[in-house]
Design a protein around this ligand. Structure first.
Ligand code: HEM
Length: 221
C-alpha cells in the first residue's frame, strides 16, 4: 500500500461519495453550463468556490485582444471566483458550487480538499511562470542572440565545428548590455547549450555551432 496518495490520483468527487463528506456536500448546488460559455469573470460579485463534476474549463487572463491561459480544470478539480481570472466552459460542464465562507468552515476537517487545492494552484503557478518567462525573457533572449551574432561578426573564428567567439565581456557586462541580470544570462545561455546551439569552450569563449541557423532562429524570437 502506498503511504501517500499522489496528488494526481486524488479525485474530490470520489471522496465526496464517502459518508465523511455528507455534511459538506449539502452546502453545494449543481450548475450546468453549455460549451463555450463564460462562467465567471473577475468582476463576479459572489465569493464562491466550485468543484468540477464533469466537462472541462479554462482559467485565463484577458487584456484587450490578448489572452493567457493559466489552467485547465477537469472533473474533481476545485477553483474559486475571487481571482482575477476568467473561467470558461470548454465542453458542456457541470459544477458543484458553494459559498467560500461556508466551505472554509469545513476545510480543516477535510485534508484531501486542501491537497486538491494545492494541485490546482500548482498548475496555475506553473502556467503563470511560463507566461512570465515568455513575456520577460523573450526580449532578452532576442537581444542576447543579437549580441552573440554581433560578436561573431566582429571577432568570430570559423572552424569546422562552427564559429568560435571570444565574448570579450563578463556575464555581468553582457547582462548590463542587454538589460537583464547575470542570472538570466546564465539561464538563457544554458538553455542554448542544452538546445545544442552553443558549446562553452571556456569561461569567456563560446562555440556557435551553426551561425546561420542562429540568425534564422533570432527572427522567430
Ligand atoms: C477556503 C476557501 C478560500 C478562502 C477563504 C480564500 C481566500 C482568499 C483570499 C482572502 C484571497 C486574497 C484576495 C484579494 O487579494 O483580494 C485569495 C486569493 C486567491 N485565491 Fe482563494 N480562498 C479560498 C479558496 C480558494 C480556492 C479553492 C482556490 C483555487 C483552487 C483559490 C484561489 C485563489 C487565487 C488564485 C487567488 C489570487 C487571486 C488574484 O490575485 O487574482 N482560493 N483567496
Amino acid at each position: 500500500m502506498p503511504t501517500k496518495m499522489k496528488l494526481t490520483e486524488m479525485n474530490l468527487l470520489r471522496l465526496f461519495n464517502s459518508p465523511d463528506y455528507e455534511n459538506l456536500l449539502k452546502d453545494f448546488t449543481t450548475q450546468r453550463f453549455p460549451k463555450k460559455n463564460l462562467i465567471y469573470s473577475p468582476f463576479e460579485e459572489k465569493n464562491l468556490i466550485f468543484i468540477v463534476k464533469s466537462g472541462k474549463l479554462r482559467v485565463y487572463l484577458a487584456y484587450e485582444d490578448k489572452e493567457f491561459t493559466l489552467a485547465f480544470l477537469e472533473s474533481g478539480d476545485i477553483y474559486s471566483t475571487h481571482t482575477r481570472a476568467f473561467v470558461q466552459a470548454l465542453d458542456d460542464t457541470e459544477i458543484l458550487v458553494c459559498n467560500t465562507t461556508k466551505f472554509q468552515q469545513q476545510l480543516s476537517a477535510l485534508p484531501e480538499v486542501s491537497l486538491t487545492m494545492v494541485k490546482v494552484l500548482g498548475d496555475l503557478l506553473k502556467n503563470s511562470i511560463s507566461t512570465i518567462e515568455g513575456l520577460v525573457f523573450k526580449d532578452v533572449r532576442r537581444r542576447l542572440v543579437e549580441y552573440l551574432i554581433g560578436a561573431a561578426a566582429d571577432r568570430g573564428r570559423h572552424t569546422s565545428d562552427g564559429t568560435v567567439v571570444e565574448l570579450g565581456l563578463s556575464t555581468e557586462d553582457i547582462a548590463l548590455l542587454v538589460g537583464t541580470t547575470r542570472q538570466t544570462i546564465s539561464l538563457i545561455l544554458n538553455d542554448f547549450i542544452k538546445a545544442d546551439f552553443l558549446e562553452k569552450l571556456n569561461r569567456r569563449t563560446l562555440l556557435i555551432k551553426n551561425l546561420s541557423a542562429l540568425k534564422d532562429w533570432k527572427d522567430l524570437l
